[in-house]
Design a protein around this ligand. Structure first.
Ligand code: PLP
Length: 402
């Protein structure tokens, strides 16, 4: 048999047959329930043509749903940096960084990040999810407590759960409640951590880090800020904490997957904290190092942000153009939620916008609380003002209550 014939014969014998067993029956029933509640999710192959336009199901759409706030994912300099890093160091890191995966771009990237964020040191992780899932359990455990904003990102909750510490949620940005909980719970906890997003990913509002930091210090709690959506777009690109010079953030976490345009994540902190994370964080120790291309791309993107402070300000200005056109509360970040409530209605709104050439993906529970399904709009540096005005005109009738 030729190689091709053998391959084809193998393929023919691999045609999947429907499997009927208890597991797939269970999965099918679960999916049916979700379908009925308009909560089943499906993948849609999406070709991102550049930092703004996507092609889906044969249609070209102007995207207001990418977190690529500075359109850097398609910046020629960033792409070239990724390509040349891959040529120099390979497509993959080859192992955990503690074995042989610590390629030279990683320490360069960490030094650059620490300098940019003004901390002693930084540690790069494989992704934002891995960073929070690894760092929280390294620093906090049974006998300790972690105070979490109820709207904090899913991976903060995952890290908190993995830690075995007591999880003490507080209402979103409700500092009176946080203070009450700290007063009540802190005395019986060995160590305490407060964990919040800097910019909330589905609401676009920001955490009052000056007041949270003051509470953290008053109650001897460590402050973790996940600034995935703040880096590159707020505080001249330095992130949410830069808006609050008084705030002291012990663990400044963020990602390369949003404004940086690539993939990967980091934590900036003091030297000993970073050394401890590198020694003990399980998602660092037992996971392969970030690929060279991602590190190279992140370095190039950071350089662009650091050298063009005007660029970082643009996505927020674009978002504010939209909120002012619709008379919504002024945007605090490039993220603007248009909350429609019902999942089916939100899916309908998404389709209506699609018919007008816009991509605005519906966000449904459990990503957001029940009854708060929304279009989550993300504005980028490259969006034309005229297109933002057209979008506002298209969204206005969808917001009217029937
Ligand atoms: C996207 C996001 C993450 C996860 O980062 P990934 O690198 O995509 O895993 C974590 N936190 C927040 C607030 C995010 O928006």
């Amino acid at each position: 048999m030729s190689k091709d014939a053998a391959f084809n014969a193998g393929a023919a014998s691999c045609i999947p047959r429907p499997v009927i067993n208890s597991l797939s029956t269970f999965a099918a029933a679960k999916l049916q329930d979700l379908e009925t509640a308009h909560l089943r999710r499906r993948l849609t192959p999406t070709h991102r043509l550049d930092g703004l336009w996507v092609e889906r199901e044969g249609r070209r759409l102007l995207s207001f749903s990418c977190n690529d706030y500075l359109n850097l994912s398609h910046h020629p300099v960033v792409i070239e940096a990724a390509a040349s890093a891959a040529r120099a160091y390979g497509a993959g890191a080859g192992a955990s960084r503690l074995v042989t995966g610590d390629h030279p771009l990683l320490s360069t990237l960490e030094a650059r990040l620490a300098a940019f964020k003004g901390t002693e040191a930084a540690c790069v992780f494989g992704s934002g999810y891995l960073a929070n899932a690894g760092l929280i359990p390294t620093l906090i455990g049974p006998g300790d407590g972690v105070f979490v904003d109820e709207l904090a990102h899913a991976c903060i909750w995952a890290g908190a759960q993995l830690s075995g510490a007591r999880i003490i949620p507080f209402a979103h940005n409700d500092l009176t409640q946080l203070a009450d909980r700290l007063r009540a719970e802190r005395p019986v906890l060995r160590h305490a951590m407060i964990a919040t997003d800097g910019v909330f990913s589905m609401d676009g509002d920001i955490a009052p880090l000056d007041r949270i930091s003051a509470l953290a210090q008053a109650h001897e709690a460590w402050l973790l800020v996940d600034d995935a959506h703040g880096l590159g777009v707020l505080g001249q690109g330095k992130g949410t904490a830069a808006l609050f010079p008084q705030a002291q953030v012990d663990l400044a976490m963020g990602t390369f997957s949003k404004a940086i345009g690539g993939y990967g994540a980091y934590v900036c902190a003091s030297g000993p904290v970073i050394d401890l994370l590198r020694t003990r964080a399980r998602t660092f120790v037992y996971s392969t190092g970030l690929p060279p291309a991602s590190a190279g791309a992140a370095l190039a993107a950071l350089e662009i942000i650091a050298s063009q402070p005007d660029l970082a300000a643009r996505p927020l200005a674009k978002a504010r153009r939209f909120t002012s056109a619709l008379g919504l509360a002024e945007a605090q970040s490039p993220i603007v939620p248009v909350v429609l409530g019902d999942a089916a209605r939100t899916l309908g709104a998404m389709r209506a916008l699609e018919a007008q050439g816009f991509l605005a993906v519906a966000i449904r529970p459990p990503t957001v609380p029940l009854g708060t399904a929304r279009l989550r709009l993300a504005f980028t540096a490259g969006h034309d003002d005229a297109d933002i005005d057209r979008l506002a005109t298209a969204v206005a009738p969808l917001m009217e209550t029937e």
